[in-house]
Design a protein around this ligand. Structure first.
Ligand code: C5P
Length: 232
């Protein structure tokens, strides 16, 4: 599965309720640049990248087109409207991918600190195994709790990981996983979980905690600090 064309899907249609404010997170700026632009920039020199699809809300279609033209002037780029859930946004993007694509990477618009070397590692593993997910070992102990927050179980921390993005898959496998999820009305909080549902093999690739998802106001402050310290 070497030297295949890669498509990148970036979901950017979230409302950003946890961070508050009018502007959705991918369109907030860090030192004059939108988070979306910074995130896309991390993929600029990734080998084999042939097309980029961004899902966003109706009001942000035009600005997203401008950002894509600026970051990727030489490859096919498409903007689609997102859906209610992240999974719906990705499903809409999947429909726009061309037949030439052998691998698909999905990366959250709000993870601008992903290391390009880790992206390459993830692509390499996915190419070999079918699916690969960038992840970091859990540093806190994870609890499984019931609806009134009573602890039901404490899984062994040594086998707990935090799944991040990019998550990269053989294109046919990811398409099949999304078709299956649609048919059986399954929802997952990441793409890998849908591939796992159809028995696809997905491996973890150890990345860095710097690849955090900008979610809360504190994350935005940390992002501003990291940017000033030259981490972008
Ligand atoms: O909400 P969550 O933190 O899972 O969002 C991860 C990414 O998915 C963000 O980049 C967000 O913009 C995107 N998203 C989306 N469509 C939704 C919800 C989230 O594209 N309906």
């Amino acid at each position: 599965m070497d030297n295949q064309q890669l498509a990148l899907i970036v979901p950017a249609a979230g409302a950003g309720e946890r961070i508050g404010g009018e502007t959705p997170k991918p369109y907030l700026k860090i030192s004059g640049k939108t988070i979306l632009e910074l995130t896309l920039g991390r993929f600029k020199n990734v080998s084999g990248l042939g097309e980029v699809i961004v899902s966003t809300s109706a009001a942000y279609v035009e600005p997203t087109r401008d950002i894509l033209n600026q970051v990727f002037p030489e490859i096919r780029t498409v903007v689609v409207e997102g859906g209610k859930e992240r999974q719906d946004s990705i499903r809409n993007a999947l429909k726009m991918i061309s037949g030439k694509t052998g691998l698909i990477a999905v990366h959250d618009a709000v993870r601008p600190f992903v290391d390009p070397k880790d992206i390459e590692k993830c692509i390499e593993s996915a190419s070999r195994w079918g699916g690969a997910v960038l992840a970091v070992p859990a540093k806190d102990t994870i609890k499984i709790a019931g609806s009134s927050q009573e602890i039901l179980k404490t899984p062994d921390r040594n086998s707990m990981w935090h799944a991040q993005t990019p998550q990269v898959f053989w294109a046919a496998l990811l398409r099949e996983a999304y078709d299956h999820a649609e048919q059986y009305k399954l929802m997952g909080s990441d793409d890998s979980s849908l591939v796992e549902q159809i028995g696809g093999k997905v491996v973890l690739v150890e990345g860095s905690s710097k690849n955090f998802k900008i979610t809360f106001p504190l994350d935005l402050q940390i992002a501003g600090w990291l940017q000033k310290e030259g981490h972008l």
